[in-house]
Design a protein around this ligand. Structure first.
Ligand SMILES: Nc1nc2c(c(=O)[nH]1)N[C@H]1C(S)=C(S)[C@@H](COP(=O)(O)O)O[C@H]1N2
Ligand SMILES: [Mo]
Length: 247
């Protein structure tokens, strides 16, 4: 066993044992010592969220979400909610989204705005994964687009980057954030394609961030801005849902 793995194992045994013996708050202090506290740990999910996040980051930092075969793609995937009723969205849709932009800024060397055509010219990935809503339903679909890591490498991620915050045209209602591990994970995509075609508006078209290792609410639809930060102080998770939604 390598030193690193041995240390991780020890740490996690520590976390789990402490959680059982003397309460989650102590486990949370141990996690804090190793920088594994999620930004909403003070909220309603509290120490439980910390334990879940710390354990996932120690053991499953690089594991892959399950991928499916083409015949397993859901025949009638469930779109949750209606496309935005916002004027700006309707106008862009009427123009075939020719004016849709993704702004990438914050802690990057070369902040930049991408058109859909520019994003489509980046090396593309595809994955068949399950969208899992916290309300209990799920579906399997194919997602196509550049990896978020590819987009971030194109603009030059700065070394102090710790979180990626992302926004939809439905801001301030819909936006979220992930840590840099999740952002650089090979299955985290900036998706413009779905089941072999364009991404339909019901499923977040023209652009959606796809975070298949977390619950569906982290996969924000109608994506138009990505900001890299070293802290979530100005982007506090709003508390309704657990910030870390690893599955
Ligand atoms: N912009 C935006 N993104 C969003 C939502 C939304 O209403 N608006 N709903 C979220 C929730 S709660 C879920 S479960 C999934 C639903 O994805 P689906 O419509 O592909 O099923 O999208 C997430 N991303
Ligand atoms: Mo959801």
């Amino acid at each position: 066993m390598s030193d690193k793995i041995a240390r991780r194992k020890l740490l996690t045994i520590g976390l789990t044992a402490t959680a059982g013996l003397s309460g989650l708050a102590v486990a949370a202090r141990l996690a804090a010592k190793y920088g594994l506290v999620p930004p909403d740990s003070g909220g309603i999910y509290g120490a439980g969220a910390t334990l879940n996040y710390a354990a996932h980051r120690l053991f499953t930092r690089r594991t892959l979400a399950r991928e499916f075969h083409r015949p397993q793609i859901s025949k009638s995937p469930f779109a949750n909610g209606k496309p935005p009723q916002i004027e700006a969205f309707k106008r862009s849709q009427a123009a075939g989204f020719a004016d849709w932009r993704l702004t990438v800024d914050g802690m990057v060397a070369r902040p930049r705005t991408f058109s859909l055509a520019e994003l489509k010219r980046l090396p593309s990935s595809s994955q068949i994964t399950q969208v899992t809503c916290e309300e209990g339903w799920c579906y399997v679909a194919e997602w196509i687009g550049p990896k978020l890591s590819q987009v971030l490498e194109t603009v030059g991620l700065l070394p102090q980057a710790k979180f990626v915050v992302y926004f939809s045209i439905e801001w301030p209602n819909w936006w979220d954030s992930i840590d840099i591990d999740e952002a650089m994970h090979p299955q985290t995509l900036v998706a413009h394609g779905f089941n072999g075609g364009e991404l339909p508006v019901e499923f977040g078209g023209p652009l959606r961030i796809r975070v298949p290792r977390q619950l569906a609410y982290k996969s924000i639809k109608y994506l138009n801005r990505v900001t890299v930060t070293d802290s979530l102080k100005s982007f506090a998770p709003d508390g309704g849902y657990s910030w870390y939604a690893g599955i």
